[in-house]
Design a protein around this ligand. Structure first.
Ligand SMILES: C[S@@+](CC[C@H](N)C(=O)[O-])C[C@H]1O[C@@H](n2cnc3c(N)ncnc32)[C@H](O)[C@@H]1O
Length: 277
């Protein structure tokens, strides 16, 4: 077994999330990490975020300028990671702070975590409130009873990942489907046709799906648009494109092992499965 109680070396790079709803979802430990950091590098277009972070750290640098219309997103993420690691080599600690959770679809986090130890730098990654958390609240969706499947839209198509029609599904990065390039231009209906066709292999055309954009500002409500799956391509081309696509279950999965459910409420069964003194 690996000993995780070894004394920790001082942190060179903090990686943290900033939540979704402007400054109101930044955790106390994220704030503490930024207070300890000489420089904070941010990826967050939220209103007033960088201004707030300047009250915590002497230097706050937005990395949004790395994105170029039509530019390769992977190169952008490499440039972000390189800038953070370079700053830490120069004078640590520094902090990479991104909207949402820093481990949920954030490639620079992986790059920093891999590159830093090779250069003798320590990293501590702290959780943040993800769009996953806010969506769960916005949709009143408890993953307990039926589970939850979630996929990145392009990866779903490229690998033809199997979908379970009885399990709620979240599709991420629908607005970026079928391209690794960065663009703020609206997708047309052709762009979403292949995604629609793939989903129609599992769900009926009349199945109601919801595009959800959680509130990014305290005074705004979440935006939700519900429509039939068979209209996905045409309606996405005209409506809400940013956000995450929610596909509710289309069917129930029957219980295969009723004994397990019966035993779960049986005190004698509990005695059988717990250690005796
Ligand atoms: C690169 S990922 C980053 C996710 C982020 N790290 C997080 O934890 O929420 C971007 C994707 O997150 C989802 N997303 C980001 N902000 C959102 C919001 N306000 N509401 C719903 N989904 C959102 C969308 O699926 C979007 O394409």
């Amino acid at each position: 077994m690996k000993n995780s109680n070894a004394p920790r070396r001082p942190v060179d790079i903090y990686i943290t999330g900033l939540g979704i709803r402007n400054v109101s979802q930044i955790t106390r430990e994220a704030e503490q990490a930024m207070r300890l950091s000489r420089k904070v590098f941010t990826v967050d277009a939220g209103f007033g975020i960088d201004e707030y972070l300047k009250t915590l750290s002497p230097e706050v640098h937005s990395m949004l300028g790395h994105y170029q219309e039509g530019g390769d997103r992977l190169r952008t993420y490499r440039a972000m990671a390189a800038e953070v690691v370079h700053a830490a080599l120069d004078a640590s600690p520094v902090c990479f702070a991104t909207y949402g959770h820093p481990k949920v679809y954030v490639y620079p986090t992986d790059l920093i975590e891999k590159a830093a130890p090779l250069l003798g730098l320590t990293v501590r990654t702290l959780p943040g409130i993800s769009a996953l958390d806010t969506i769960i609240t916005d949709l009143d969706l408890d993953p307990g009873p039926r589970g939850l499947q979630m996929y990145e839209a392009t990866d779903l198509l490229a690998r033809e990942r199997p979908l379970q029609p009885d399990v709620p599904c979240l599709l991420w990065q629908v607005s970026a489907v079928e391209t690794a390039m960065y663009s703020t231009k609206r997708g047309n209906s052709e762009r979403y046709r292949r995604l629609q066709d793939y989903l129609l292999r599992t769900y009926p055309a009349g199945h109601q799906v919801t595009m959800v954009l959680s509130s990014t500002y305290a005074l705004l409500e979440p935006l939700k648009e519900t429509f039939s799956l068979g209209e996905l391509a045409d309606l996405l081309a005209r409506g809400l494109q940013v956000g995450t696509l929610y596909i509710p279950p289309a069917e129930e999965r029957p219980v295969r092992n009723p004994d397990i459910l019966r035993d779960a409420f049986d005190a004698k069964h509990l005695q059988r499965i717990t250690a005796s003194a």
